[in-house]
Design a protein around this ligand. Structure first.
Ligand SMILES: [Zn+2]
Length: 59
């Protein structure tokens, strides 16, 4: 009998990490970012909005 390996299994430590431009904290790859990961620069919507706020504040 042969044992099948389980492909498509991902270890947590395997996930890529980035540093948030706003809070400077590392954050990990998330499923919801899988198509836009290259463009992700902030750990959360909160940080992303912080960045937008600065721009919006300039009237
Ligand atoms: Zn952040």
């Amino acid at each position: 009998m042969k044992q099948n390996k389980n492909p498509g299994r991902r270890a947590k430590a395997d996930l890529p990490e980035k540093i948030c431009l706003i809070c400077q904290r590392p954050f990990r790859w998330r499923k919801k970012w899988e198509t836009i990961w290259n463009d992700v620069k902030y750990c959360s919507d909160k940080c992303r909005m912080n960045r937008n706020k600065k721009i919006v504040n300039v009237y």
